[in-house]
Ligand binder design. Structure first.
Ligand code: MN
Length: 203
């Protein structure tokens, strides 16, 4: 979807809505996917509706070229395109606990161990970074072109499209991602999310 253009459509979820239970409930998935994710898609389409020239551009192009977007619609396009991109990356990187690869292996694991000592050390560092998100945002593990790993936070629907980095793990830290189930306990959501993060997904 990120290389496609207007009109954007909600991608098919690749597993049933209840398949991430008990770590993410069916109710959370319905609200998050069908309301929040779809909401960003609908609002982006609405913002682009009067602009045929922008409709031909891909989501990635829009995000990389804010100055090419007319001022009166720039804020709306950037916020909603960011929301579409971030949610796509998040949901694309999840899979049910009974399928997929929920542990990094090979070179990926070696790099994690080199950086944080162990996979547990990495998860502790990632979760600590995610706990620092004030308000709404995202925590992302990125690999740089120099082969280093880094954990970054992105506020609201900001994106990081630096061409010399690649996202590997994407976690939504907005309250809507966990509040229905975990209430205010973000740390519990973060501890559990690793059961459904899929390390085999190429972003
Ligand atoms: Mn979200």
């Amino acid at each position: 979807m990120i290389h496609e253009n207007y009109p954007y459509k909600l991608p098919e979820l690749l597993f049933p809505y209840n398949a991430l239970e008990p770590y993410i409930t069916e109710e959370t998935m319905h609200y998050h996917y069908d309301k929040h994710f779809k909401g960003y898609i609908d609002k982006l389409n609405a913002a682009l509706a009067p602009y045929p020239a922008l409709q031909r551009r891909s989501l990635i192009w829009l995000l990389k070229n804010p100055n090419a977007i007319p001022r009166e619609v720039r804020d709306s396009v950037m916020k909603n395109a960011g929301g579409v991109y971030n949610h796509y990356m998040y949901f694309h990187g999840l899979s049910p606990a009974g399928s997929g690869a929920h542990l990094p292996t090979g070179e990926y694991l070696k790099l994690i161990e080199k950086t944080w000592g162990s996979f547990d050390g990495f998860k502790t560092a990632f979760n600590a970074k995610a706990m620092e998100v004030f308000g709404s945002g995202w925590t992302v593990l990125k690999k740089t072109s120099r082969g280093k790993l880094e954990i970054i936070n992105l506020p609201n629907q900001r994106v990081d499209l630096r061409s010399n980095t690649k996202p590997l793990v994407y976690v939504d830290v907005w309250e809507h991602a966990y509040y229905l189930q975990y209430k205010n306990l973000r740390q519990d959501y973060l501890n559990n999310i690793w059961n459904v993060i899929d390390f085999s997904k190429k972003q």
